[in-house]
Write a protein that binds this ligand. Structure first.
Ligand code: XMP
Length: 505
């Protein structure tokens, strides 16, 4: 396997992922950890935000040099290698950020089978200005800076750019040259091995203790729950809180799939009335979120108490959540807001397990498929934690929720029927408090406006409204106005994010 030593780069997990794509297992450790070196065939030193000469900047751990394991230093990793072997690193007049062309000056195993000149992705203020003794320069950038070097007396290589970033041409090839050719690492690893490995790890970590997980019915918590269940069976207690703000038939669907098909010890808590009472006459969206979050914690805590001596809280945290929380300045992963269990582990004194922390969304889905979770769960649109409460604009009532569930279901089923469900990132309906005049037969009606919303997005940060063909929107609109009492008019939301948000509240 390849050991990736993390010096704090935002790209470290991307690096790990590229290695996995080559069919090689990669294990990421922090620079101050002390990992087992058995089976390690190569070490990659990641990038990082520090300057190698800054006080307290992380250093390459000593174990790296104890065996003759090949090493590849990337960015900060390259500068650290230069520093420790008495090369020179300095802040040069030119910093290189973004696309930069490099020229290979000396042919070498690392750059074998790739052109002499290619585009790379750089992100550095400091530069190596003198390579260590016994090292030679392999490539320079268009600005004349050192882009790569290697040692003549040991299998140590260094590159200034980030091969893991897609904008770097031949990134995969360079990693492959290092991992497969130079390190001779076998490339027969797959996500199946990941699953087996995780199952063993969870067994070892948890032993005979009990674990609790809040199953939301979304992709991440579902995959985490099924994976942990494979490891510890009935010692995992899954809790699904039915707050009444879910999509049509969702509680029944979750119960059937996870209890009956996947065999989980699943408790479905019917808390519909509790939530509805708390939400009565509440119109402010942030208040709605807060109430739902707090009530969720209460319900979940009560369930945890019922199951006696629980020691662990499992969460479906995935890599994008880890980055988000890092971006917000916290080192440890925050509790997913959509699980609405902020503060829970401290209060209940539970240890956390997060088996999907290293994986990207598509990998989580692939793991879910291997575990046999039905595709409609794995490929479902994202759904907000506060559920339909933020899609009923203004005050929430049971009647309004019933209308919205039916409308939403018609829209979604129509998209599926016309093969558009998978083409949009998220689609849903919003029940507005606006009433407009309509006419059916000879009677005038005065009923609510529904807005349909569908967006194209990557991770929901920005979004464009989806160009769904008019005849599909027409079909959905007709079905909605014919099939659901209380809806007088259907409109389609054609704003992007920014300036609007995806949700209406
Ligand atoms: P916005 O409306 O902020 O939505 O553009 C971006 C994505 O986040 C979802 N969303 C939420 N998810 N709790 C959640 O777990 C929330 O309070 C929440 N608000 C919005 C939204 O559905 C979209 O996918």
């Amino acid at each position: 396997k390849i050991l990736v030593i993390d010096f704090g780069s935002q790209y470290t997990q991307l690096l790990a992922r590229r290695i996995r794509e080559l069919g090689v297992y990669s294990h990421v450790v922090q620079y101050d950890e002390n990992p087992d070196l058995e089976e390690v065939s190569g070490i990659i030193l990641s990038g990082g935000p520090d300057s190698v000469y800054a006080e307290d900047s992380p250093e390459i751990p000593q174990y790296v040099f104890q065996k003759e394991i090949p090493v590849l230093g990337v960015c900060y990793g390259m500068q650290s290698l230069a520093k420790i072997f008495n090369g020179e690193v300095r802040k040069e007049k030119v910093a290189e950020y973004g696309r930069t062309t490099i020229h290979v000056e000396k042919q070498n195993k690392l750059f074998s089978k790739i052109p002499e000149e290619f585009t790379t992705w750089m992100s550095h203020g400091d530069s190596v200005v003198k390579v260590p003794e016994n090292a030679e320069i392999l490539a320079k950038t268009e600005n004349g800076l050192i882009a790569a070097f290697h040692f003549l007396d040991k299998p140590f290589y260094a590159i200034q750019y980030h091969p893991e970033v897609r904008h770097s041409e031949f990134g995969t090839e360079v990693l492959e040259n290092f991992i497969i050719d130079i390190c001779q690492t076998p490339n027969d690893w797959s996500l199946k091995d990941f699953i087996e490995h995780k199952i063993e790890e969870i067994k070892e970590q948890v032993g005979d203790e009990k674990v609790i997980i809040a199953l939301s019915g979304g992709v991440d918590s579902s995959v985490a729950a099924v994976l942990i269940n494979k490891a510890i069976g009935k010692n995992l207690k899954a809790v699904f809180v039915d707050h009444g703000l879910l999509r049509l038939n969702e509680p029944e669907d979750v119960r059937r799939i996870f209890r009956e098909i996947m065999g989980l010890d699943l408790t479905v808590v019917n808390a519909q009335e509790r939530f509805l009472n708390k939400l009565k006459n509440i119109e402010d969206p942030e208040k709605k979120r807060k109430i739902i979050g707090e009530e969720f914690i209460r319900v979940f805590e009560e369930e945890a108490k019922k199951s006696g001596d629980v020691k662990y809280l499992a969460q479906g945290t995935i890599y994008s959540d880890v980055i988000e929380s890092a971006a917000s300045g916290k080192k440890t992963s925050k509790i997913k807001s959509h699980h609405n269990v902020g503060g829970l582990p401290e209060k209940m004194d539970l240890k956390i397990i997060e088996p999907l922390r290293e994986l990207f969304k598509d990998e989580v889905r692939a793991v879910g498929e291997i575990l046999g979770i039905p595709k409609h769960i794995l490929y479902r649109h994202p759904f907000p934690g506060p559920g339909l409460s933020i899609r009923v604009i203004g005050g929430i009532t049971q009647e309004k929720l019933e209308i919205l569930k039916k409308v939403d279901n018609i829209f979604i089923e129509t998209l599926k029927e016309k093969n558009w469900y998978d083409k949009v990132w998220q689609a849903f309906a919003v029940l507005t408090p606006v009433k407009t005049v309509g006419v059916t037969g000879d009677t005038r009606k005065y009923e609510n406006v529904i807005s349909l919303r569908a967006v194209d997005s990557v991770e929901g940060m920005t979004a464009d409204w989806s160009r769904i063909p008019f005849d599909i929107l027409d079909l959905a609109s007709t079905r909605i106005t014919n099939g659901v009492d209380g809806v007088g008019r259907v409109v389609y939301d054609i704003t992007s994010k920014p300036p609007s948000t995806i949700e209406w509240e």
